[in-house]
Design a protein around this ligand. Structure first.
Ligand code: SF4
Length: 469
């Protein structure tokens, strides 16, 4: 499974301050949300300057580059491609010009009607430079802005687009933070020493020694300018649909999202797994890193000792040279190795966040068996993933999802486990502590909060979005 994107926007009241370093550090904190490209756009008092590149934040920026991005207001983005190819044209922040200036846009999410909107815009003569849906939004916004004031222009854009979007925009010396009416992807507001910020996760604020104020509400736009923040509730829906995978996997455990510490939610999920799927074992161990907090929860609820048995190499970057066939084993062991003395002769509960294709799980189960495990009971902190995500996560196609065509015993056999247990839908909802009707569980149920054009999908409950004048 791949991450989505991370966004940040900061406005400092001191016009002589330089915001680019703060955005850089915030993007570093959000790096887990996307490693494919990174970018920063800063307003220098007159124009917007941007720098974008392929790779990690540390690969894209250096001191000299940040020195050129002068200004006290700016936005940033880290990307994992969900729509559009992996190329520099699709990296963000994306710029769109109009007669009175320019706007830079950073987006986390996925529009489900971007194809038809793009076709309409192209038919009207618009030219696109990327294949991303973010450019579609930028074009619509700019068109609206030529006819209306800012608030009406954003409302007009929101009426046209459908899907998930947590947006950060830079318009002149203003930072805008906008969350879709269902609040599918996260966005929060924080305070830093001399200004305000919006970001995908609260850890971006922690990194800057700032303070989380609250989440951006579904359907809300916040405008930050000159050290002041104003809120506009532009749309209201019958309750949100937060993405459950933020709680299970995407967000960092030290983030607070929609009022919940992700660490606590994952410990709860692990505890729920222990209740629903106890195991006759002597050791609970995580598949690092995402299984760690879940395994802590399983250990606490079951009383079975916790011991790490697998070590991940965190330093394999984008430029890692994939070895040829003869070195394949070395490649696997470079990424993850076993701590043999902790495994040999033991009966393990192996905890992970999800099973997508099943190939990674099989490889790890084989690895711990080869290291001498007597039994391997696999426990998964999400219910089976049975359907793709159309709302911003690049998971896999339906054909690739093992649980879409195999039962739990079928998956158990494929991954070579002695037993396999997934947390139940009810258990997950209870562990998160948010009512089920306020969560998106599309990839776990095949029932989505929105009708997906061109796909035969069920819709949970048609929630009416009201646009507030
Ligand atoms: S379909 Fe799954 S991954 Fe996609 S937004 Fe919904 S819960 Fe999240």
């Amino acid at each position: 499974m791949h991450d989505a994107c991370g966004v940040v926007g900061i406005s400092l009241s001191d016009t002589t301050a330089n915001v680019s370093k703060q955005i850089y550090y915030a993007l570093y904190a959000l790096q887990h949300r996307g490693q494919e490209s990174a970018g920063i756009a800063v307003h220098d008092g007159k124009v917007i300057r941007t720098h974008r590149g392929m790779g990690l934040v540390s690969e894209v920026f250096d001191e000299a580059q940040l020195g050129l991005l002068r200004g006290n207001v700016g936005i940033g983005h880290v990307r994992y491609a969900t729509t559009g190819a992996s190329c520099i044209e699709n990296s963000q922040p994306l710029m769109a010009k109009y007669k009175d200036g320019a706007v830079a846009v950073a987006h986390n999410g996925n529009l489900i009607n971007s194809r038809e909107l793009r076709e309409e815009l192209q038919a009207a003569g618009d030219i696109f430079y990327s294949t991303s849906d973010t450019e579609v939004m930028a074009h619509i916004f700019v068109k609206e802005l030529m006819r209306h004031d800012l608030v009406e222009a954003v409302r007009g854009m929101m009426r046209a687009i459908r899907g998930s979007y947590s947006l950060v925009m830079l318009l002149g010396d203003m930072v805008l933070g906008i969350r879709d009416p269902l609040g599918i992807k996260p966005l929060c507001i924080g305070q830093v020493e001399s200004g305000y910020m919006v970001a995908s996760e609260s850890i971006a604020m922690d990194t800057l020694n700032g303070r989380l104020i609250r989440d951006v509400r579904p359907g809300e736009m916040v405008v930050i300018r000159g050290g002041e923040m104003t809120s506009y509730q532009l749309a209201r829906c019958q309750g949100p649909n937060y993405c459950v995978f933020e709680y299970i996997y995407f967000a960092r455990p030290d983030s607070i999202m929609d009022g919940r510490l992700i660490y606590d939610v994952r410990v709860n999920i692990g505890g729920m797994l222990a209740e629903e799927h106890p195991a006759d074992a002597d050791t609970v161990t995580p598949i690092p890193d995402s299984g760690i907090t879940l395994a802590v929860g399983y250990h606490q609820r079951s009383g079975i000792r916790y011991k790490e048995c697998l070590m991940k190499n965190r330093y394999i970057g984008r430029t890692f040279i994939m070895p040829d066939q003869s070195m394949r084993e070395a490649a696997v062991r470079l990424k993850m190795n076993t701590i043999r003395p902790n495994i040999e002769g033991h009966e393990l509960v192996l905890v992970d966040d999800s099973i997508v294709r099943g190939t990674t799980s099989r490889r790890i189960v084989d690895m711990v068996r080869n290291a001498g495990a007597k039994k391997v009971h696999v426990r998964i902190g999400s219910p089976p993933i049975v359907a793709p995500c159309y709302l911003g996560i690049d998971m896999a196609s339906r054909e690739e999802l093992i649980a879409a065509y195999k039962t739990v015993p079928g998956v158990e056999a494929v991954i070579n486990a002695d037993s396999l247990g997934y947390v139940s839908h009810d258990g997950l909802v209870k562990a998160i502590g948010i009512p089920r009707e306020h969560l998106c569980m599309g990839c776990l149920t095949g029932i989505y909060p929105l009708e997906i054009p061109g796909e035969k999908c069920q819709v949970a409950q048609t929630k009416i979005t009201e646009y507030i004048e």
